[in-house]
Write a protein that binds this ligand. Structure first.
Ligand SMILES: C[S@@+](CC[C@H](N)C(=O)[O-])C[C@H]1O[C@@H](n2cnc3c(N)ncnc32)[C@H](O)[C@@H]1O
Length: 291
């Protein structure tokens, strides 16, 4: 997946508190604390956007993005003329998306609906969508087989017969897993330093731990904003848990949920999946009729 470049920024863009979840909303997701830094971190991640945009245009709408977050992919899809629903579990991520959508031309705004919900249990109408897509590893937030199957069943119901499901996640790298299993020391390391225009910088630390038995990546990230003299001005923590999925495990999982596999790519340019550590980019179909 794309690594961010270290260009000077007019930052810091993560100062400011994300909105809190209200008492009657879903329990705060681990992304609520991350909403304020998400676009700062991923604003240069664009390589997957044409892939989903083209599938969405082909499907003709309406389409559904699960784990839509701050609208990184959703907004370009809507701008391409496709009617789209974005569902996400994090009120804070959706609040960032809503703010961005409010600044779009009225015709693009009119094509976008944002919904708070859980991809394991949503019901947005049966057989409504020509395409459901899940970018950037959001499906790995399904931490158990039960959660994976619940999400796939909800997606299956929401798709029109013949409709597609596209999703992508990293292919597990055994060397990284072996190097940082829970049994070993997990000292944080500096993952990235982003210079800011005023001589300040953001230093990003990561402490990923891999549990090979449960296939769970449990990671802590720390974002330190330092002033030009190196003094700590602000610190934001982020915690993340993902369940990684091996290629043939995915194949069985999708088949068990009733999908047929149209393609597995190793990247968003459509190259074949052929080496460990490639991105797994899946295009599946809900068959016209159940076999
Ligand atoms: C890595 S972000 C991807 C955001 C956006 N699609 C993108 O590509 O930039 C994953 C998103 O999935 C959401 N998410 C995690 N678990 C979820 C669940 N059970 N149901 C719906 N959304 C979920 C998070 O709140 C987060 O916004």
């Amino acid at each position: 997946m794309t690594r961010l470049t270290r260009r000077p920024r007019r930052g810091p863009s993560f100062v400011g508190k994300p909105p809190r979840a209200t008492a009657d909303s879903a329990p705060p997701s681990e992304y609520d604390a991350f909403a304020a830094v998400y676009d700062f971190e991923y604003d240069e991640l664009v390589e997957d956007i044409p892939f989903y945009r083209d599938l969405a245009t082909e499907a003709g709408g309406p389409v559904l993005e699960l784990g839509a977050g701050t609208g990184r992919v959703l907004i370009p899809v809507a701008a391409a003329g496709v009617e789209i629903v974005g569902l996400d579990a994090s009120p804070a991520m959706l609040a960032v998306a809503r703010e961005k959508v409010a600044g779009l031309p009225p015709d693009v705004q009119a094509r976008i609906s944002l919904v708070e919900g859980d991809m394991r249990s949503f019901d947005l109408g049966e057989a409504r969508f020509g395409l459901v897509y899940i970018p950037f590893r959001a499906f790995l937030h399904m931490l158990t087989v039960e959660d994976q199957l619940s999400a796939l069943a909800a997606i299956w119901r929401s798709l029109r017969p013949g409709g597609r499901l596209a999703l992508a996640f990293f292919d597990p790298r055994l060397d990284l897993i072996a190097a940082r299993t829970t049994a070993r020391a997990t000292t944080p390391f500096i993952e990235r330093v982003t210079p800011l225009l005023d001589g300040a910088r953001v230093v990003q630390w990561a402490a990923p731990r891999y549990d090979p038995l449960r296939q769970i990546l449990d990671a802590e990230f720390i974002y330190d904003r330092l002033d030009a003299d190196g003094r700590l001005v602000e610190r934001v923590h982020r915690h993340l848990m993902l369940r990684w999925i091996y290629r043939y495990e995915a194949e069985h999982l999708f088949a068990r949920a009733g999908f047929t596999t149209e393609a597995l790519y190793g990247g968003f340019d459509g190259r074949p999946f052929e080496s460990e550590g490639d991105e797994q980019v899946w295009v599946l179909r809900r068959p016209e009729s159940r076999a």
